[in-house]
Design a protein around this ligand. Structure first.
Ligand code: ADP
Ligand code: MG
Length: 229
């Protein structure tokens, strides 16, 4: 099988003072291209740590991780930042937009770390803004946007360079349920168009839009249930 993600026995420890926190305790996890997976688990169970490890923001303490057939555990920092910039889109609960930049400029920022022609970049940005339905807000700063609109900007920024993987950490956590549904519909559409998505949530209703749900508990990962259809 041609997996996008293959982890074997991944462990992640944090050292705080003289104590060692074992957060991920040997996780085997494979993700097929085009899959939509929800990661659930109680607060503090390591969901974000797991997501950031998959997103190459954190390095596993031990174990093997192949992303798109590249060995992440052994890769240099430079290689990891290249992989992140070109292949992985991140969406966070608090949107992570720059307050001083407008919608267009926020989406443009990651291109500092990618290699595209200027004309190409403009087309890609405009296309991603259209995709999330924000054409009328291009010049707006985050303070002039609603929460749902801010998350749309973050999604446009994440999908703009057509990454191999989209990672979302509680993307609807700061939104009312109606706005949250609108955001989930964008994820659904991206998935229908072939995106590979891993979404962290503690909300069963949110998780139910995924093809597959996995659950983190006490540092281990379990298959939760398979969503039919
Ligand atoms: P979740 O997203 O499921 O709420 P997290 O992955 O954020 O869980 O955190 C899991 C545990 O790891 C928590 O106990 C947290 O305090 C700890 N942790 C996370 N990041 C660090 C870090 N950089 N240093 C030390 N401990 C951390
Ligand atoms: Mg978290």
């Amino acid at each position: 099988m041609d997996y996008l993600i293959r982890t074997s026995n991944i462990c992640k420890e944090f050292h705080v003072g003289s104590s060692t926190l074992k957060i991920l305790k040997g996780i085997d996890f494979n993700v097929d291209r085009g899959e939509f997976i929800a990661v659930m688990g109680p607060s503090g169970s390591g969901k974000s740590t797991f997501l950031y490890t998959l997103g190459c923001l954190e390095r596993p303490t031990s174990g093997s991780y192949l992303f798109n057939d590249v060995d992440i555990f052994g890769a240099s920092d430079k290689k990891l930042s290249q992989i992140r910039a070109n292949n992985i889109g991140f969406i966070f609960q608090n949107f992570n937009l720059s307050r001083g930049l407008n919608v267009y400029e926020n989406i443009e920022t990651p291109f500092l770390y990618r290699s595209f022609d200027d004309s190409e970049i403009k087309d890609m940005i405009m296309r991603s803004i259209a995709q999330v339905g924000l054409m009328k807000r291009i010049k707006h700063k985050p303070s002039e946007l609603s929460g749902g609109e801010m998350q749309r900007v973050a999604i446009a920024r994440a999908i703009c360079a057509d990454p191999l993987l989209l990672l979302a950490d509680e993307p609807t956590g700061n939104l009312d349920s109606h706005t949250g549904m609108e955001i989930l519909n964008i994820f659904k559409k991206l998935h229908e168009n072939g995106s590979t998505i891993i979404l962290v949530t503690h909300d069963h209703h949110v998780a139910s839009i995924a093809d597959r749900i996995v659950c983190l508990s006490d540092g281990e990962l379990f298959d939760s249930e398979t969503n039919a259809g």
